[in-house]
Write a protein of this length. Sequence first.
Length: 126
Amino acid sequence: MNNAGGSRAFKDLHVSEEQWQEAMTLNFHRPRQLADALIDPMIARRWGRIVNITGKSEPEHVNGAFCAKAGMHSWAKGLSRMVGKHGVTMNCVPPGRIHPSRSCATRLSTGSGSATTDSDGPLWRA
């Protein structure tokens, strides 16, 4: 479980390179480095779970953390496709409530089985 990160709003239109570097290092590079250090032993065991707690994807203002977290989503998706065949999963989860109203409404109206498929989203039980 990786919950590294921090968020400092950029208040000015032009932000220093150091501020960008700080945001990218904390919110992208460090979680990537941690996963890189752990991935080979997970592959060797043929089992592993990496969960990255990320952030919202529609910010109200410019913030280096949001940009880094968008990169995290893309990187994690690509890596998950490479390591999944070895029994290792990687996911990004934004903080906050997950409201499966669409999934629940579909399952209730059709009366279908006890769990959704991968393409339907999170596991759901009737």
